[in-house]
Design a protein around this ligand. Structure first.
Ligand code: BYC
Ligand code: FE
Ligand code: FE
Length: 470
């Protein structure tokens, strides 16, 4: 079904046929817009922004590009087309028809998953609230705003599910999603990384590389859900998500490229002395954002994950590529840290589902890091960016609280404290990056610390006026 843009809330779910739901969402809509005015991109409300907007949910040209003022962006409700005769792909109900309503016995679990997913979307917009003031180019500014409006739409996606399928408590949760604030001591966002400040563009690129990619993998797992409306809405969200990770990977790649150019311009190969960001600093930012994002997969051994899988709520990414969709008998080997050493333990497969998803996520990141290393090698520089061990710097799961070095070796607390500034961004690193954050708003110009992208947006030239401030 095509998207109806004549409606107050654009949608392809035939909202006009359900007046009660339509009224409830129309009641939430101004609250969302108030939140956007307060917590969305600061100070660019009247700017004309070159944005894409969904016009259909099928693969053929779902997107339309044009100039929009962000507060007028048409946030709406778009579900991917239903797959005919779809059955539940995993867990205890494997092979049964998918649910069009939430089964009563799984109601609170589903609500919780949807709220957790929904909470991350506005959180990221809040984290990025002030970045517009320090953009390295109009091209980058436009990408930031594109991501922000889409994260806003992802919130709509979850709010639609809460309103349509969870009655009064769903509506209350939808209000609460606009009440919590990233980093707030009294009412923080739910998951750890979404309370970390993103106060510079290197952090923004790291976040979109590593944290949006958690989004990709969580959405892939939810796209397998037996609750069909959740599967359909996350399938469509994934099409938008790809661009967020593109911005992250190419953003870091451009900082890496510039670091190499500046190294070659310096007699000591010192990019920092040339006003750039050095590779060691980039590595420390990688270590920080990657380890924080690994935490978002939850515990390595998790009864929640086992329950979600058993009940058909949340599967593995691309469940079809696994052989055993019930996973009642298999085990998964996980190194446990006990009595001061690592020992392999075979964990029942269902309890290891978070770890299975984390594995796929790690491989996907490594492919991106390999492309950064290719840029470095092509510049003729001998340096390799690495992903630290999954045990390094964790605050969730079985490795949390134990000191490990980036190779995953157990070390003493003293050694960790002594060496942590080799591995994680120091106050001086952050201050250096912050000092480079001066806005570049001239068409086609780039900040000194970042290389130009290979091409513009949707075939437009790099010096296109992606943002026009009025
Ligand atoms: N921070 O059994 P455990 C995105 C809690 S990103 C704080 O180990 P479980 C996006 C956990 O809730 C994708 N708390 O983990 C990206 C539990 O609490 P209770 C977001 C945490 O439940 C960029 C307890 O610790 N989507 O879309 O198996 C921009 C023990 O839990 C954390 C989702 O996350 C943490 N890091 O798995 C914009 C999908 N980790 O029950 C958007 C929905 C765990 O003891 N969420 N806890 O009170 C889930 O599937 C699961 O909730 C999790 C946790 C995978 C997050
Ligand atoms: Fe999102
Ligand atoms: Fe995203």
């Amino acid at each position: 079904m095509s998207i109806d843009y004549s409606e107050k809330i654009p949608n392809n779910v035939n909202l006009a046929n359900d007046k009660t739901l339509q009224r409830a969402l129309e009641h939430w809509q101004p609250h969302f817009l108030d939140w956007w005015r307060d917590m969305g991109p600061n100070d660019f409300a009247s700017a004309d922004v070159y944005l894409r907007t969904a016009i259909g949910v099928d693969a053929q040209g779902w997107a339309n590009y044009g100039t929009v003022k962000m507060p007028d962006y048409r946030w709406g409700i778009f579900l991917a087309e239903p797959l005919p005769d779809r059955t539940i792909g995993f867990g205890d109900s494997f092979g049964q028809p998918v649910w069009q309503q939430v089964p009563g016995e799984f109601r609170s679990q589903f609500r919780r998953l949807i709220v957790t997913q929904g909470d991350t979307e506005p959180a990221s917009v809040e984290q990025q609230h002030l970045l517009g003031h320090t953009c390295p180019s109009l091209y980058d500014l436009r990408n930031l705003f594109q991501i922000n409006v889409e994260e806003g739409r992802h919130l709509w996606a979850m709010v639609y599910l809460l309103h349509a399928y969870f009655g009064r408590d769903g509506r209350e949760e939808a209000e609460d999603l606009l009440e919590r604030r990233s980093g707030d001591v009294d009412k923080p966002r739910i998951l750890s990384t979404f309370n970390e400040p993103i106060s510079d563009w290197l952090s923004f690129f790291m976040f979109t590389m590593f944290t949006d990619r958690d989004g990709k993998y969580q959405l892939l797992a939810l796209a397998e859900s037996g609750f069909d409306p959740l599967a359909r809405t996350t399938r469509f969200m994934l099409t938008e998500e790809a661009h967020h990770m593109f911005v992250g990977e190419t953003g870091v790649g451009r900082v890496v490229k510039r670091a190499c150019e500046l190294m070659k311009a310096d007699k000591n190969e010192d990019a920092r002395a040339q006003g750039g960001i050095d590779l060691d600093l980039i590595q420390r930012y990688v270590n920080f954002w990657y380890s924080s994002s690994l935490d978002l997969f939850g515990g390595e051994i998790s009864t929640n994950a086992a329950d979600y899988f058993a009940s058909g709520l949340k599967g593995r990414e691309h469940e079809e590529k696994f052989e055993d969709h019930v996973a009642l008998h298999g085990t998964y080997r996980i190194p446990i840290f006990e009595e001061g050493k690592l020992t392999d333990r075979d964990v029942p497969m269902r309890n290891a589902m978070n770890e299975v998803l984390r594995d796929a996520y790690i491989d996907d990141n490594q492919r991106g890091v390999d492309r950064w290393n290719k840029i470095i090698a092509e510049a003729g520089i001998d340096y390799t960016i690495t992903l630290p061990s999954r045990r390094f710097n964790r605050t969730m799961g079985i490795y949390a609280g134990f000191p490990f070095d980036p190779h995953g070796n157990s070390i003493s607390k003293e050694e960790f404290e002594r060496r942590k500034l080799e591995w994680l961004p120091s106050a001086a690193d952050r201050a250096h990056v912050q000092a480079l954050m001066l806005p570049v708003l001239e068409r086609g110009k780039m900040a000194h610390w970042i290389a130009a992208p290979d091409r513009g947006v949707k075939g437009q030239p790099l010096d296109f006026e992606y943002i026009r401030r009025i």
